[in-house]
Design a protein around this ligand. Structure first.
Ligand code: CO
Length: 171
């Protein structure tokens, strides 16, 4: 495993629509392992393959329970993820992104979603997510379509003080 370099906005790779994965071989396994290691090294709660300059539809998310900190964070690896349903109910929350370091913005997201995709070996999976987990998935899946949180927020601000950096960020 290796930590990969995270590319920074306005790198144009971040703006491409990522390609669907059809080969679940060794290269994909290495990419996934490296993405998990890179996300943990930052640390972040999510990472999309375009952020490590690979234009493929792969995301990793690692997030714990919002209410119970004693529950260890759960790792999700989703290949070719698709949001198949999303709640009409939306909620505003503050997001950041590892590819836009030092900035945050308020983004309106569905409170609950269902994601369909494949696991690292190509087996179909379905994930129901709500709250911050749902937000993280929406943020990461946006990356696969070349969309960044700054496209969805009316106001972006610079994170300057310690307090602001403590806001949960969906990277
Ligand atoms: Co991001």
């Amino acid at each position: 495993m290796a930590v990969r370099k995270i590319i920074i906005h306005p790198n144009e790779i971040l703006r491409r629509k990522a390609h669907k994965v059809s080969d679940f071989g060794k290269d994909l396994q290495t990419l996934i392992e490296d993405m998990v290691e890179t996300m943990r090294a930052e640390p972040g709660v999510g990472l999309a393959a375009p952020q490590v300059a690979v234009s493929l539809r792969v995301i990793v998310v690692e997030f714990g329970d919002e209410e119970d900190e004693s529950i260890p964070p759960k790792l999700y690896v989703v290949v070719n993820p698709e949001i198949v349903s999303s709640s009409e109910e939306m909620v505003k929350g503050v997001e950041g992104c590892l590819s836009i370091p030092g900035f945050a913005g308020e983004v309106n997201r569905s409170t609950e979603i269902v994601v369909r995709g494949q696991n690292r070996h190509g087996k179909p999976i379905r994930i129901k997510a709500k709250g911050w987990l749902a937000r993280i998935f929406q943020h990461e899946i946006d990356h696969l379509n070349g969309i960044l949180f700054i496209d969805r927020t009316e106001k972006v601000w610079k994170i300057e003080d310690e307090e602001a950096t403590k806001i949960p960020a969906a990277d």
